[in-house]
Structure formats: C-alpha cells, structure tokens
Design a protein around this ligand. Sequence first.
Ligand SMILES: [Zn+2]
Length: 198
Amino acid sequence: MNDVEKGPQRTCIACRQTKDKNQLVRYVVAPNGAVMVDYLQRLPGRGAYTCIEKQCLLDAVRKDSFQRSFKGQCLHVDFTQLIGQVTQAVEKKITSLIGMARKSKQFISGSNAVIEALRKGSSLALVITATDISTTIEKKIAALTLRNHIDTACFYDKQTMGQLLGKEERSVIAIHAGLLADSLLKQLHLYRKLVREN
Ligand SMILES: [Zn+2]
C-alpha cells in the first residue's frame, strides 16, 4: 500500500503497533460496562483497537490493556468470550460479502458450473467449498484450483451456502476476480487465523 492510500492510523493496545484502522478491530464499552466488538467501526464513544490476531487478543486480556485503555471504566474481559465475539464478527462480515456477491452477480455456484468455469480458465479469484462437500467433487475442485492458482476456502455447510445465495443446497461457489473477492479473501484469511488451534 502506498502513502496516498493510507487511511487513519490507530495503535493496537496489545502490541502497540500502529496500523491503518481498517486492519484493526475496534472495541467500545457497552452501557452495562462490557467491552464489545465494533467491527464495522461505527459505534459512538471512545474506542480501543487490537490487531485481528489471537496473540494480540490474548495479550490485551493478560495485560489488562482494555482496563487501561478505557481508564478502568469497563468490566473484566474474558479471552474466550472476546475471541468468540471477534470470530463471529468476521463471520458476519464474510456472510455480508457473500450477500454482496449475490446481489452483484459476481459468483458462479454449483459444482458443475464451477468445474466448467475452472476448466475454461475463467477469471475466478476464489472458490469456496462447503464443509460437507462430497469427496469426489472436492478432489476435482482441488485439482483444478491448484492448476489455475486459485485461492480456496472451506466455509459453511451446503444448506447455509445455498440459503445465502437464495438457492437450494450448494456445495461450491466461485467468486470472480475483483475488489469483492479481495475483501472476501482477506476476511477468510483472518477467520482461519482466529480459529486455528495453537
Ligand atoms: Zn497487535
């Protein structure tokens, strides 16, 4: 990213690194004193930020960084709840991006259609397979995405994927190259890092 594109900068309360605020999670204090995730960064009031990384969440809790940042005006933060909230927020963002892909028709869905598009070498940037996809289809898709250097992710079950697209069950969807695909890739990457077991 060059300097012209640089947005407002904020500092992670755990690792103290300064980053573009879009690369951080924002937190605010709810009326009941609980620290809550403000992933879309729209809630009023004083905000605190962390990197979207397990280690920074863990360090922020361990070092009482939330207490310090909110000047003692918040309740104790539980790590499990915190990472749960952040993961959920990322998941919600992914779902809304899939919704945008649906509205703007920037996707292909269904195993036959996706396999055909991959064989033709269409400009696809990302293929998402369902967690309960059949092994046979999964192998075919994996071979084709590998050959075409296309990123893949495994997310949702077939039913949920279909529902998001307003269709019957879908075991695979592919997103055309573009800004939307870039955003989805970024969020899927964050999600994977958050749920990865240490
Ligand atoms: Zn950090």
